[in-house]
Design a protein around this ligand. Structure first.
Ligand code: M6R
Length: 370
């Protein structure tokens, strides 16, 4: 049942092109109205009346929410916040009928997420669930459900669930943008086209596995490392860092690249491995200057770049120790591709150290206690 792969995690990483195809399904159209989500009961009128979005989830699903928040704000022009579910209820969130709450959960059974959903409903919010499991508690209790079509995820470390959650957010954000008339017509076509290319591009991204394996072997001897990025890259850095900690037990921290000099830079010393994501054209120069800062303190840097993200600067490779390039896509969509090398990095670091990848210590696939 592992289809010839050594572990479920590796199998699930490789299923992402298929999972992307299935999650897109016939939800994207080549022309106006661009998005087709007949499963939603929400009317365009109601979508226009929302004044804020709260995204609530745990772990990896929360990291997908960090990307979703940016897509909703940029495209649907609606204030969006993302919270970890175990914190959300206790901060007395401002929820009312004009609030859209989006809960994200692969399993649909995570206790904190379910409790947040119930509280949001009690306060009159409209709740959309993004989940992978039909018939799960979250799917049954939400007002609306957007299913990810990842297929069963067995590995404790979540991979294809995260990446299909990203796609669900992108599609939902476009749907809301259309209802709210917040995105100019001419911007839909390139985004939709870029989304439709993702399955094939995910396949290309998987071809770098061998390169990543050798890098993973090197870093497996280190006790800690850093992931850096800005904007979308920072969001995906947090997921890469969680994945590595979860299955390789190597301590890592994800840092907003510009925040480094406010303390964390003190931890960089000769040979500290740093994975620096630099895929965002508008942030590229700034990220490169942060990369220089860590290199000046002796860090060895793996850069993750995208062709149009580096604004024609072909030199990232000469600035850092190694570079991996992800296939070219729309800047908002890069997490759907850049997460793939990060997943592979965690996987190969774990196998290099001889750990049981699919069953990391102390963890369960579904967390049903608060
Ligand atoms: O089933 P859920 O998506 O609600 O699970 C949430 C987290 O427990 C889960 O994403 C966890 O962080 C993963 N093990 C990370 O790989």
């Amino acid at each position: 049942e592992k289809d010839g792969f050594d572990h479920f995690m590796l199998k699930e990483i490789h299923e992402q092109p298929r999972a992307y195809r299935d999650t897109i399904g016939n939800r994207l159209l080549g022309a106006y109205p661009w998005v087709h989500l007949p499963e939603l009961t929400l009317t365009p009128e109601r979508i226009r009346l929302f004044r804020r979005v709260h995204i609530v989830a745990c772990g990896t699903a929360y990291h997908a929410g960090l990307v979703g928040k940016q897509a909703l704000e940029r495209w649907a022009r609606i204030p969006a916040e993302a919270d970890v579910a175990s914190e959300y209820r206790y901060r007395s969130p401002l929820v009312a009928e004009d609030t859209l709450v989006i809960v994200v959960s692969q399993s649909g059974e995570t206790a904190d997420t379910l409790a947040a959903l119930r509280e949001a409903k009690r306060q009159g919010a409209h709740v959309i669930a993004i989940t992978n499991v039909v018939g799960s508690s979250v799917a049954r209790e939400a007002d609306d459900v957007l299913f990810t079509m990842a297929g069963p995820e067995i590995s404790v470390a979540s991979t294809k669930a995260y990446s299909t959650q990203l796609l669900a957010f992108y599609i939902l954000a476009l749907h809301m943008a259309r209802a709210r008339r917040s995105l100019p017509d001419e911007e839909f076509a390139p985004i939709v086209e870029a989304l439709r290319k993702l399955p094939e591009q995910a396949e290309q991204a998987l071809k770098q596995a061998e390169e990543i394996r050798s890098y993973a072997e090197e870093i497996s001897h280190h006790r800690h490392l850093f992931f850096l990025g800005r904007g979308m890259d920072y969001a995906v850095a947090q997921e890469g860092s969680l994945k590595l900690k979860e299955i390789s037990y190597i301590h890592s921290e994800a840092y907003a690249a510009g925040e480094l000099k406010h303390g964390t830079l003190a931890l960089i010393e000769e040979g500290t491995p740093v994975v620096a994501l630099a895929t965002q054209p508008e942030l590229y120069e700034k990220t490169v200057s942060n990369i220089r800062e860590v290199m000046a303190r002796g860090a060895t840097v793996l850069g993750i770049a995208s062709p149009s993200g580096s604004r024609g600067d072909a030199n990232l490779a000469s600035r850092v120790d190694r570079v991996l390039t992800i296939p070219d896509t729309h800047p908002m969509l890069t997490p759907a591709l850049s997460v793939i090398p990060l997943q592979l990095l965690a996987y190969y670091a774990s196998t290099a150290l001889g750990y049981d990848v699919d069953k990391p210590r102390n963890l369960a696939k579904s967390v049903t206690v608060e």
